[in-house]
Design a protein around this ligand. Structure first.
Ligand code: GLY
Length: 418
């Protein structure tokens, strides 16, 4: 099977590593890719241009295109490929609105009877102060557009909440104010093919930049899987109470979902409540989740893309745990510095994101999240130790990472509000 992966982050690098391990996969391509993706041949195409991606896919005679990031999905690249008869893993433009428009997602959840935070859309500065008075503290302020996690501010400081909302409105984006959901967060990725839903292992992201959840939100600084604190049966409950009703609602609306539905949830005293949906694999959780997947990924994604997910045998997972830690550039998430030399990245378990080669062929930073390091082990403690051991051998001027990925879970400090 020949596969083209669209994207250039550590998530796509993790996909390529897992695809390369599938004996049915004979050839891997990536666009645009990054210097670490040695598993694939890189191609330079504008990834939001459906016609250009389709021309590349047909020219390469691939059997499957896997679209990693949300931007090409929301732009309708999946539709262009499907129209040309190319199997694609990832939803079309209409279904991708589950991530592209938070207001659309709320509407789907209301119709599907799925529990989520109370929310109001504010689209004019004149409405803002009264709306803020109806929420908080704690305030949750979201940019109603694609913001890769960085468009969300969660704060007990009303002035900070107001400043973020005003900035979004000044940029011409509506703002979503939400009630705060009290409980540990879970990312549950589900393969979805119409009404068929198959969950992957649950994971937990660490969104704040600093240890102990301090500092601003980022695209994600690290993740671990599975979740030792998650009650037995909770994954099945999330599937039946959240993901299946949403999948059925999407079918009923005439925009069936095909691809990866990412449910971001808080586990509250009432059970799972949705924080957000994304229409693609999450980053960095994917790097940990795929490290434990034993089933062949190429065949699995191809089955989703060709409407055969229900025919697949159950997914098989390795025992143990996986942890991924993100190495970020100086000044991430604000304005990350680029061009710093990276040493020691040529090790198993190192996935590339914001990297490039400079004029002298040296590996340098080229984005905010530079590398994702993945450790696996018999349990969370071993997996953490392995991830940090690998990270200890890497040098990046000004680089920073969290030292506590998975630590609260390892120490048994995560609990669900009673
Ligand atoms: N883990 C956050 C995201 O993928 O959006």
């Amino acid at each position: 099977m020949r596969i083209l992966v669209i994207g250039s982050g550590a998530r796509e690098h993790a996909l390529l590593v897992a695809l390369a391990a599938d004996p049915a996969v004979t050839e891997l391509h990536v666009a645009p890719g990054n210097p670490g993706m040695v598993q694939a041949t890189a191609h330079d195409v504008p990834v939001t241009d459906g016609a250009a991606v389709t021309t590349l896919a047909r020219g390469l005679e691939v059997d499957l295109v896997v679209i990693g990031p949300e931007v090409p999905l929301v732009a309708g690249v999946g539709d262009a490929l499907r129209a040309a008869g190319v199997p694609v893993f990832g939803p079309g433009k209409e279904a991708a609105r589950i991530e592209g428009s938070k207001a659309f997602a709320k509407d789907v959840m209301a119709a599907a009877g799925v529990r989520t935070a109370r929310a109001e859309v504010v689209d004019s500065p004149a409405e803002l102060d009264e709306a803020l008075d109806r929420f908080g503290p704690t305030w949750v302020v979201k940019d109603d557009g694609l913001a890769a996690g960085k468009g969300v501010v969660v704060t007990t400081d009303r002035a900070a909440a107001r400043a973020h909302a005003s900035a979004c409105l000044d940029d011409g984006h509506p703002v979503l104010l939400e009630s705060f959901l009290d409980g540990p967060e879970v990312s549950l990725f589900c393969l979805v093919d119409g009404e068929t839903v198959v969950p992957l292992l649950p994971a937990q992201d660490h969104k704040r930049v600093g240890d102990d959840d301090r500092g601003p939100n980022t695209g994600g600084m690290g993740a671990y899987t599975p979740l030792p604190w998650l009650p037995e049966g909770m994954v099945e409950r999330i599937v039946t109470e959240v993901c299946e009703p949403v999948a059925r609602e999407m079918v009923a609306r005439g925009c069936p979902f095909s691809g990866l539905l990412y449910a971001g949830l808080a586990i509250t005293s009432e059970g799972p409540e949705v924080v957000e949906f994304n229409c693609r694999f999450g980053d960095p959780e994917t790097q940990a989740v795929l490290a434990l997947l034993e089933s062949p990924l190429g065949e699995t994604l191809h089955a989703v893309a060709t409407g055969r997910l229900a025919e697949l045998p159950p997914l098989v997972w390795r025992d143990g745990a996986a942890v991924t830690v993100v190495l970020a550039a100086e000044n991430y998430p604000a304005t990350p510095r680029r061009g710093d030399v990276i040493d020691g990245a040529e090790q198993p378990g190192v996935l590339h994101a914001g990297t490039a080669r400079d004029a002298d062929g040296r590996l340098v930073s080229a984005g905010g999240r530079v590398l994702s390091v993945v450790g696996t082990g018999a349990d969370l403690a071993e997996a953490r130790a392995e991830a940090y051991r690998i990270l200890g051998g890497i040098e990046l001027g000004g680089g920073h990472y969290r030292t506590d990925i998975g630590r609260a879970a390892e120490e048994g400090r995560i609990s669900i509000p009673g």
